[in-house]
Design a binder for this molecule. Structure first.
Ligand code: ADP
Ligand code: ADP
Ligand code: MG
Length: 495
């Protein structure tokens, strides 16, 4: 049984994992870089160890150092969160070799999921539809050209090791493909240390719909419904919701069965996510399995009532999943906005630095997972995600309204954020009607709408500020008058 967990991560996800461990009476060990000495995860864990300099390679990606701390602290398990080492099968293997319980799949299964080509082949074998493309890795640019011409442009060049929207390029003709080939190879080597390429048909007007899956060490598997993550920018998710407006109960069950088959096909254990693209004609195509806890897992928690980190720990302990598919019910509607520190108007460039003051939204149906506190710093060394703001409602409209109000209430001083962008998106008719697609921002001219919203808000603020200033000066005048009255009455009493 797991008694002490080292969390090999930082920021909001380290805090999220600590919360469940505390609830279960499990001791926690935090690790931190030079940059994170004052971070909340360091304060909230039972123990904390310094592991190196700010650059991830020298701290949160330093496997040997982290293993040293695991052994020195007596932790019997490690939770990798998302990003960093979470999908690094060498690290999972290092844990296995040292008899440390890695809270995630086996290194072997992770290795298979981490290679988009091998995973795709496993799915084809299991008769799960995948996107048409190269039947195997492409050897060189000539082979890529051949395949692209066979399946027809536009196509995507994808590094099989890609992740977080990196290592993907859209090309529409031979020239673009020739030009992009070396760039994507270089990008993949820079980000993931290696490169191998596949070519895939580029689907237009698609939705990104993924399924939460869980499979225990005894072979029991369930899906915990879908999440729609179509609001993206450059293949990175911004807003997620569940249920998906494009999935009815029959489809939910049909694709859910495929998800369970997919988990079996790669010998998956613990929690993971099977990602699909849904074409405009309603067809679903498998794209990949993310072998870890997903950023957007809280919306699944909100509609299922489950604690997914607890489920991860139970499965890592060798326990069977304590429920069956038929026991799961979807209750209500949940939305997540990824609150990023970035400047929408500077091409989404990271915005970093001190945050002297912050006010975190709360209220019925509002959940905010964040590392922010007044006086903290947003570091340039790490991911721009500052908070996962989630709302739940009995109806979609209740959830959406709660989100709009929560976004209004969220005050973060010192850095630019994606909050104004999300307000604009949530107010569009297209979003309200559930007309989602991965090109939503471009398709509906969201940035232009945002510019207009900001202008309107500024002029509305000016008018109300003027009205408020007039009333405030009246109030001040009346206070002066009243205070002279009251002091005289006091004087009378005292006198
Ligand atoms: P999710 O699928 O959970 O929504 P993302 O794809 O947005 O996750 O990635 C989650 C986090 O992990 C992001 O911070 C992203 O930068 C990081 N990430 C994802 N894949 C990789 C990878 N292969 N290597 C390093 N970081 C990654
Ligand atoms: P990552 O590992 O970076 O998450 P994915 O393969 O999961 O990469 O794709 C990320 C996003 O890229 C998808 O959500 C989708 O928006 C887009 N995408 C991926 N494959 C295709 C495709 N064949 N056609 C169109 N868009 C795609
Ligand atoms: Mg993906």
């Amino acid at each position: 049984m797991i008694k002490k967990v080292l969390i090999a991560n930082r920021g909001e996800i380290a805090l999220r994992v600590i919360k469940t461990c505390k609830a279960l009476g499990i001791k926690t060990v935090a690790v931190y870089s030079d940059e994170d000495y004052n971070s909340l995860h360091v304060k909230h864990a039972n123990e904390a160890y310094h592991i190196g300099k700010a650059a991830p390679k020298e701290s949160y990606l330093n496997q040997e150092k982290i293993m040293q701390v695991i052994l020195a602290s007596g932790a019997d398990a490690v939770h990798p969160g998302y990003g960093f080492l979470s999908e690094n099968s060498d690290f999972a293997k290092l844990c296995e070799d040292n008899k440390v319980n890695f809270i995630g799949p086996t290194s072997e299964s992770m290795d298979l999921c981490g290679d988009k080509m091998r995973c795709k082949s496993a799915m084809l074998k299991a008769k799960i539809p995948t996107i048409p493309g190269s039947p195997d890795l492409v050897k060189d640019v000539e082979e890529a050209l051949n395949i692209a011409n066979k399946i027809g442009y536009p196509v995507l060049l994808k590094s099989v090791y890609g992740g977080g929207g990196r290592g993907i390029r859209l090309v529409t003709n031979d020239k673009e493909l020739r030009d992009a080939y070396d760039t994507v190879t270089g990008e993949s080597i820079a980000a993931f240390g290696k490169s191998a390429m596949l070519v895939e048909k580029f689907l237009e007007k698609i939705r990104h719909i993924e399924y939460q899956l869980a499979r225990d060490k005894h072979g029991n598997a369930v899906h915990i419904f879908e999440r729609e993550c179509s609001i993206q920018r450059r293949n990175q998710k911004l807003i997620e919701q569940t249920p998906s407006p494009a999935v009815d109960q029959k489809t939910r069950e049909k694709i859910g069965e495929l998800v369970v088959k997919a988990a079996e096909a790669v010998g998956y254990t613990n929690l993971g996510t099977a990602e699909f693209l849904r074409a405009d004609n309603g067809e679903f195509y498998f794209i990949e399995i993310n072998a870890r806890l997903q950023v957007e897992h809280p919306i699944t928690e909100l509609v299922s009532g489950l604690d997914l980190v607890k489920l991860q720990i139970d499965i890592a302990n060798g326990e069977p999943i304590p429920f069956q598919q038929k026991d799961l019910r979807m209750n209500g509607y949940a939305i997540e906005c990824r609150i990023n520190a970035e400047d929408t108007f500077l091409d989404f460039a990271p915005s970093t630095g001190p945050v002297p003051d912050v006010s975190i939204p709360s209220g019925p149906g509002v959940r905010c997972d964040t590392y922010l506190y007044s006086g903290c710093t947003v570091s340039p060394y790490y991911d721009s995600l500052m908070a996962k703001l989630c709302t739940w409602g009995q109806s979609f409209e209740e959830s959406r309204t709660r989100m709009l109000n929560a976004l209004d209430d969220f005050y973060i001083q010192g850095v630019e954020t994606s909050i104004p962008l999300y307000k604009t998106i949530l107010k569009t008719d297209e979003y309200k009607k559930g007309n989602l697609s991965t090109d939503f921002l471009k398709r509906y001219g969201i940035i232009e709408k945002l510019e207009k919203d900001i202008k309107d808000e500024k002029s509305a603020n000016k008018e109300s500020a003027l009205a408020a200033a007039i009333m405030h000066s009246e109030y001040l005048k009346s206070r002066v008058k009243n205070s002279s009255n009251s002091s005289s009455s006091w004087k009378n009493k005292l006198g």
